[in-house]
Design a protein around this ligand. Structure first.
Ligand code: GAR
Length: 207
């Protein structure tokens, strides 16, 4: 059984997709949020998961918050930590501590559009495709070896909200697939690349 801790900051729809996918040999041991009123935290508690809130505003700075967060996460002895809409920049100490067992979902085709407002920036750049990326986390923001990417078209008349909804639908497919690949031991990090031991179902997803 692989133990997974999920970190969220808000709605938690990716967390829900991961929970509902019921991956074999996976136990979601905790859902932790930096926002005590995160809707996703209430959903997780209603579904019988262990939940915790650590409000980052209660700590003196980024280092103190990340240290406290690491302490809480480590009590669950996770094999994998999933950032599923966790809207905090993490310190190098945190990223190093979980290297190789910390993954993030980001709503753009990295390395394009790291950071915030990805859909608006994709529209303003005139992109004809958009998507999402699942990657191992390194200390540099939205960098790190890419596990999987999902691609959607940008359609005439799209707004950032419409595009976000289209991307979110493939996020919900891709994240459970990537976690399943990790849990199966199929992902091998080589430099900045991830090689799969078996042909992954995560390849070239276009919706
Ligand atoms: C998702 O679109 C996720 O990709 C994004 O936040 C949203 C969370 O939605 N993550 C980031 O922007 C991280 N840089 P959710 O709470 O419904 O899963």
């Amino acid at each position: 059984m692989k133990r997974i801790v999920i970190l969220i900051s808000g709605r938690g729809s990716n967390m829900q997709a991961l929970v509902k996918s019921n991956i074999a040999q996976v136990e979601i041991v905790a859902v932790i949020s930096n926002q005590s009123d995160a809707a996703g935290l209430a959903w997780a508690a209603e579904h019988g998961l262990a939940t915790e809130a650590l409000n980052h505003r209660d700590y003196e700075g980024r280092d103190a918050f990340d240290r406290a967060l690491m302490e809480r996460i480590d009590t669950y002895q996770p094999d994998l930590v999933v950032l599923a809409g966790f809207m905090r920049i993490l310190t190098p100490v945190f990223c190093t501590h979980y290297v190789g067992r910390l993954i993030n979902i980001h709503p753009s085709l990295l390395p394009a559009f790291p950071g915030l407002h990805t859909h608006q920036r994709a529209l303003e750049s005139g992109c004809r495709v958009a998507g999402c990326t699942i990657h191992f986390v390194t200390a540099e923001l939205d960098c790190g070896p890419i596990i999987a990417q999902g691609v959607v078209p940008v359609l005439d008349g799209d707004t950032a909200e419409i595009l976000a909804q289209r991307v979110l639908r493939i996020e919900h497919q891709l994240l459970p697939q990537a976690v399943a690949d990790f849990v199966a031991g199929n992902l091998v990090i080589q430099g900045n690349r991830v090689n799969r031991l078996e042909a992954g179902i995560t390849d070239g997803l276009v919706c």
